[in-house]
Design a protein around this ligand. Structure first.
Ligand code: ADP
Ligand code: MG
Length: 695
């Protein structure tokens, strides 16, 4: 099955619209993240200009948008460049001057010929008692008056595009909106009085009043629901497919796990035990496990992963754990080492660094099954690596591992149980959009004995005072991370900022300062990390490469410059690098004093709580879902029509609807099922449709 032909007009390039050339197409791409007619249609207006007010000139108030009908009396072209052209007109009750800068004379004469009647719309202003309109927004002959939109929607723009251009193109696009088969449940649709899709599209772009811009209009609710339904349906389809792939019921006796636990210097927390019970239950039945372990930084996910991995090792199969970065993979290896030794489990470490013969040797051990545990980076699964018998794949720091990659993984690991682990406390709604109804185990209890971290907000002007304080700490042997600002998405600029800070600190602290950044080679990074871990350097200046997972329990100070530039989840991650040992820890968030209210509030949240879930929920409230992790690369879906704050209830309904749909019509063969396939194509969930065909 391929995309239904009804959708063709929506999937054509915007250049098929009247008046849109390649240049505008590029700008539209920048604006809407796509170049299809559909991308334009999904671009929502955020405001409108009301041109309904059509007073007589004598009644036209200062500063208001008005649409006036006048006779042109005289036209005075600009005396010289820089001065305006002036067109004088009257309507019998009063007079007005239309002012144009840099107007072409011929154009002006054609637009506003002396002696003729015209309708103009724009803002009326008084200058020395004379009504004026500078650059009217619209000019029409009286018989074409309808061509002036009485309510003109205002769209988000990008440099080079005017609202007029965007509006015109969107109106063109509306002309291509097809009638689509209805995929909504008729009762549900009727109950909420939702319009058809085409009608809703039309309403979205033709607001008639303020209220029509609210996310709660029938049209906007419908469109949001469609998007959320497509999201839930595609996640559920992928999952259904994965479930059908046979899993294995592991029959292990737990002797290796026991050896690990007996040798731990601590006891597992209640949350860790609970998560392991849930994992064991999945693994001991023959359905394939696909479970997410969600646990704040420091909640102890690593040992949970290790225990789960032993289930399959005990049965003679292999287990792999993958991290997003090389540093993290090495760190895992270090944590695992005592456990692997006590259980005498053969293992390999595989990262991008292992090349040539050494790499081949490692790959061979994985292929032959000699290596039972494989510790590596996510890229493990993007290359041709063969396992003898991979029983369990653990993916750590899941939020960097996008939905597409997850699909790839499911293709590669037939019958392998999968455990995803995320340290990013994602609010419930976002979990649902990113994972659908996936089983979740929560590590909502921190290991005992943690001393709370003191978080201080430091205005940039006070940086020197803070450094003095830190100097005293350093003298007593403390170790500090110093994280430099995130500059746009530019690694180069990040680096410059970090290097500048490094130079400054070096003057004061000399050899005690080290620098680590993303451009360094892996072994250089390791070297610096190692020095910091051993205390040979005490201040580690870093770009965000230390963001996730790094474990140096002796570090007690975290300094983050221009903290306002970071996402809260990211700040939380960074702060989680300290407070890992027994000593009191501090986090300094340095901010620019010219902060807006929301930005200030965000930092205050950081000061007030250490609970990652509270932080995530508040961040979602303040900023909206798309931005929660700071970047679009977060792997979380970005919605165009749905707004997760306003539409979170729709999401729950969409999830329930999805359950029912797939319960009754797993292959989407019914009439509604077919319409739902159209919906999936509309939102480009082709991967999910692929699963349908295969299943
Ligand atoms: P994360 O969830 O961030 O990956 P880790 O697995 O790295 O957390 O654990 C953080 C630290 O807490 C490690 O040093 C680990 O040994 C320790 N730890 C884990 N579980 C417990 C526990 N139940 N009691 C005490 N310390 C624990
Ligand atoms: Mg971890």
């Amino acid at each position: 099955m391929s995309r239904p032909f009804e959708l063709d007009s929506l999937f054509r390039s915007v250049t098929t619209l009247p008046g849109v050339g390649p240049k505008n197409a590029k700008l539209f791409h920048k604006l809407t993240d796509g170049e299809k007619v559909l991308d334009l249609l999904f671009h929502k207006p955020i405001d409108f200009v009301d041109r309904r007010f059509a007073p007589k000139l004598v009644d036209a108030p200062n500063g208001k948008i008005a649409t006036v009908k006048v006779r042109i009396e005289s036209s005075k072209p600009a005396a010289r460049r820089g001065l305006p052209s002036r067109v004088h007109a009257t309507d019998g009750t009063g007079s007005i001057d239309f002012i144009f800068f840099n107007a072409n004379k011929a154009w002006l004469e054609k637009q506003l010929p002396v002696g003729e009647v015209r309708v103009l719309s724009g803002k009326v202003e008084y200058y020395q008692g004379q009504a004026q309109m500078v650059h009217p927004d619209a000019i029409a002959k009286p018989e074409d008056r309808a061509g002036i939109e009485t309510i003109e929607p205002i769209y988000p723009l990008t440099a080079g595009l005017t609202n007029k251009t965007v509006r015109k193109s969107i109106k063109g696009a509306l002309g291509f909106v097809p009638e689509l088969p209805e995929w909504l449940d008729p009762a549900h649709k009727a109950k909420h009085d939702w319009p058809d899709w085409a009608e809703a599209m039309d309403a979205l772009h033709n607001p008639e009043d303020e209220i029509d811009l609210s996310p709660e209009t029938h049209a906007r609710m419908r469109l949001a629901y469609d998007e959320l339904l497509a999201n839930q349906l595609s996640l559920a389809l992928v999952r259904l497919h994965q479930r059908k792939l046979n899993g294995r019921a592991w029959k292990n006796d737990g002797h290796l796990r026991k050896q690990i636990l007996d040798n731990l210097p601590f006891k597992l927390t209640g949350a860790q035990l609970r998560s392991l019970e849930e994992i064991d239950e999945d693994m001991h039945t023959d359905a394939r496990m696909l479970r997410l372990v969600q646990g704040d930084v420091g909640s102890g996910k690593t040992i949970v992963a290790a225990c789960a991995m032993m289930n399959v090792i005990e049965c003679g199969a292999q287990a792999a754990i993958m991290a997003p970065t090389e540093i993290l993979a090495r760190q895992h290896a270090e944590s695992f080492l005592p456990w692997l030794e006590v259980t005498e489990t053969p293992y390999v470490i595989l990262t991008g660094r292992d090349k040539g013969k050494a790499r081949e040797k490692i790959l061979e051990q994985i292929k032959s099954g000699k290596a039972k545990v494989v510790i590596g980076t996510h890229s493990l699964f993007q290359e041709s690596i063969e396992f003898a018998d991979l029983g369990l794949a653990v993916i750590d720091e899941q939020h960097r591992f996008g939905v597409q990659q997850r699909l790839q993984l499911s293709q590669k690991t037939k019958g392998t149980d999968v455990l995803l682990m995320t340290a990013t406390p994602i609010p419930r709604t976002l979990t649902l959009t990113a994972y659908g109804d996936m089983e979740v185990s929560k590590l909502d209890e921190k290991p005992p004995g943690r001393i709370p971290i003191d978080t201080l907000l430091i205005p940039r002007e006070k940086i020197e005072n803070m450094i003095e304080g830190i100097e005293r700490q350093i003298k007593t042997g403390a170790r500090a991370y110093w994280v430099c600002p995130l500059v746009e998405d530019s690694e180069t600029l990040d680096l410059q900022a970090a290097e500048a800070r490094y130079d400054i600190l070096k003057e004061k602290f000399g050899k005690q300062v080290g620098l680590i950044h993303g451009r360094m080679k892996a072994d250089e990074k390791d070297e610096v990390m190692g020095q910091f871990a051993r205390g040979e350097i005490q201040i580690l200046v870093a770009t965000t490469v230390i963001e996730v997972g790094v474990n140096v329990p002796e570090a007690t100070i975290m300094i983050i410059e221009e903290a306002e530039r970071f996402g809260l989840a990211q700040l939380h991650q960074l702060r989680g690098r300290v407070g890992r040992g027994g000593d009191k820890s501090f986090c300094f968030l340095i901010y620019n004093t010219k902060l807006g209210k929301t930005a200030k509030e965000r930092l205050q949240i950081m000061r007030d709580t250490e609970d990652g879930f509270v932080i995530a929920e508040k961040d979602l409230e303040l900023r909206g879902g798309g931005e929660i992790l700071g970047t679009r690369q977060s792997g979380l879906p970005v919605f165009k029509l749905a707004d997760l704050n306003a539409h979170s209830e729709l999401l729950i309904t969409a999830r329930d609807d999805t359950k029912l749909i797939l319960h009754n019509d797993e292959n989407l063969d019914s009439e509604r099922g077919k319409a739902l396939k159209t919906l999936l194509y509309l939102f480009e969930q082709d991967q999910a449709i692929l699963k349908l065909r295969a299943g």
